[in-house]
Design a protein around this ligand. Sequence first.
Ligand code: ATP
Length: 513
Amino acid sequence: MEQKDLLKDLIAHCKEYGFIFPSSEIYDGLAATYDYGQLGVELKNNLKTYWWKSMTQLNSNIVGIDSAIFMHPTTWKASGHVDAFNDPLIDNKDSKKRYRADVLLEEYQEKQHQKIQKEVDKAEKRFGDAFDKAQFLATNPNVLRVQEKIQEVQTRMKQALNDNALEDLRQLILDLEIVCPISGSKNWTEVRQFNLMFSTSLGSVAGEASTIYLRPETAQGIFVNFLNVQKSGRMKIPFGIAQIGKAFRNEIVARQFIFRMREFEQMEMQFFVKPGEELSWYEHWKSKRITWHLNLGLGESNYRFHDHIKLAHYANAACDIEFHFPMGFKELEGIHSRTDFDLKQHELHAGKKLQYFDPSTNESYVPYVIETSVGLDRLFLSVLTAAYQEETLEDGSERTVLKIPAALAPYKLAVLPLVKKDGLPEKAQAIIEMLRLDFTTQYDEKDSIGKRYRRQDAIGTPFAITVDHESLENNTVTIRNRDTMVQERMAIDALPNYLHTHCSWSALLSNLG
Ligand code: ATP
């Protein structure tokens, strides 16, 4: 399927089946804000549980917190957000559309990468088995020319961003002849910086002193609680603090469905380590996090690492895990080595020590920090992107199926009486009674069994149990697998074990060790 169409189809599918609705839709919606519906909230909660359990339950040295969205305003001065949480903006004078200058340049580079890929595909076809990709990339003049161009753009962009040289950034856009996708023109304004934090005021006090911010990241709630948790939990370094919560950013270019929202949810973990050991922990967490993603089974080729060319003011190493979204490879999770920047800044601004006393050396120090930060909504979109499939079946009919990892599916099973009489509905309800303490279940008796299977496929229910007349005679049912559509006959008593093996948390978490 064309990738652009896929995003449209996903948006329509999410709305039709109650996964995601545009926020305040009866008032024509609010840009870049979405509500999760009855099935969406189940999937979202399951994603949170998968993350939370893997962080806190599988790591004895990681604990969680839930800090307030509002924080003392000095927090954001200390973290650098008041002065430096900016995006460079540029407007197209003809379409009046606003863009992030760095995003325009990144999209340009992505197009160049696609050109290289096209050359590779062409050559692969021509040379067949004899094709040596590494040699081709190193010698083909067309490829080399494009690679050189990408390199040049990267260097100039990095320089301009690091020097905060907004005029150079604009010049680069002009030199590359980047056009506005809407108007097609190169009629660009100056580049300006725009702060992304939402502010509001606290209580009844007027004036600047009462200005507070909606947190743009959950991380600072962890930093300011570092000593509280360390002392009350008697934590020894290395240890981590995990948190799931809402974050708010006044995004300039807020399109692409739930990929970029103004109110979204983050799942962040700050891991505190001894100074000097941070880069090996950085590698450790890179590997742990990619394993965690791959464990979902959404396809290895959908993920890649992307090292940052411009490091944030607080980082000494940083990368993204990118996912192949319908709009191309984009950031799903950030992994950052944040040094001791945040804790030191809070020490400075609060006038309080935020140090760890190491009993083995009798020394105190400010720990270094490795952060893993994944957007819950982007994770949701990654699951849907890979799960959504339109299939033509052997008999020529079509089905839309969401192949959501079984443990994450909103409903784990549907129980369907073959007909609405002869005691089959009662038998079906008894099965639900037996299973619903452990598994989310749905009962459906309306329409033909084929239609009911399709409905369950479309919402990603991994198993459909059909109760028929034989069930009354020998206490067996058929269980249909969503992905293979194979049905097998099974004793009702065997269902709990079977479901446990295929869609319990332990089934999903066991590979993470
Ligand atoms: P981007 O470059 O795409 O704006 P970022 O580098 O600013 O993202 P981080 O500050 O590293 O993002 O935030 C950590 C994670 O939070 C990101 O990897 C992403 O999954 C998520 N995230 C950030 N901004 C948004 C948003 N506006 N909507 C949804 N998720 C977001």
